[in-house]
Ligand binder design. Sequence first.
Ligand SMILES: *Cc1c(COP(=O)(O)O)cnc(C)c1O
Ligand code: SF4
Length: 398
Amino acid sequence: MSETAEELIYDAGGDTAEGAVPGSKPAAVWRGVPGRQWDDWKWQVRNRVMNCEQLSRVISLRNDEKEDIESCLERFKMAVTPYYASLMDPCDKKCPIRMQAVPSASEMDTEPCEMDDPVGEEKFSPTENIVHRYPDRVLFILTHKCSMYCRHCTRRRIVGGEDFTASTASMEKAFDYIGAHKEIRDVLLSGGDPLMLSDARLESIIMRLRQMPHVEVIRIGTRVPVVLPMRITGELVGMLRKYHPIWINTHFNHPKEITPESSKACEMIADAGIPLGNQSVLLKGINNDAGVLKELFTKLVKIRVRPYYLYQCDIAKGIGHFRTPVSEGIELMRQIRGYISGYAVPVFVIDAPGGGGKTPINPEYLVSLDENKAVIKNYLGQEYTYTNPLNTRPFRAR
Ligand SMILES: *Cc1c(COP(=O)(O)O)cnc(C)c1O
Ligand code: SF4
């Protein structure tokens, strides 16, 4: 079949699922796929690229690259949805989409500082699926599956490993824990990707949490809007909106990920009254550039996603090639704050190794502080003085 004929099948209006937006183009291998299948998230999951042979039909790979990928796959799974794979540049190894999805030989290098559990989650895990690090909120891990396995994943020690979906017994223990700890007012459904669960399964979990009056907010952490936007269906958001307040945090890292499809997914979430935040990871060669980050953050605001955190890449094993020095992240933040809307500026954090939690790292705007005055520097580096009220003593935290 000629390429034009293949394109016709996909572009044929009648085959497009209802409400679908004219979108990004499937890579050549999938051009014959009818639009209604392409737009079906289960088809996308079933047809993920999971081995080298499949990958070489999407992007060009040299033999040595194939060998490297094969050896990486012994340690950490690969899975790329056809949708996300189609955003990859088939010829450019440095494509930011490709770098997030395709293993590289560098994953086999480890550095002495690196850890399996870089942010100390196991230490704070009172029961199998719960991480309780902060006073008023917990992480509730529902699955280790994701639709796409990010090469930079913090939880690579578990995610994409054996196909874990929490057993009934361990789920009951988790519900018991949350039920017994009345100080928990915010439950963060996490994984893996919780939106890999069916709507019915997810609803049964959310319903259980909603029976606990002390659980005020339910948050979902998911990369689905970015890597599998078809998962955001009318049925899903219709179900979620019954259990407000629901918040969603997603994970865009590069402006190239903001496509008609991912924009539509975020629009549907926002229209259901679910506030959307974004957690990016600072990744060398992908987004460690002020121009790229400013474009990413302002485009996110345009699709009603509020940049929430920018993470310093953590010290998980085998992701050293993505790490930048902390000083670079601080300098990037200095080049962003003030230059774009405050709404578009996330908080730069280090998730403290060993379990200290998320710690904000800011460029310094305070030049000096004494009883009488604070000398500050604005975003352009110009100094200003704020004079303290007369006859006050320095504030001391109680
Ligand atoms: C990130 C995280 C949270 C949520 O932190 P926020 O700063 O409220 O977004 C909660 N628990 C754990 C264990 C976390 O890692
Ligand atoms: S979606 Fe999240 S949990 Fe899954 S591989 Fe990516 S970073 Fe890891």
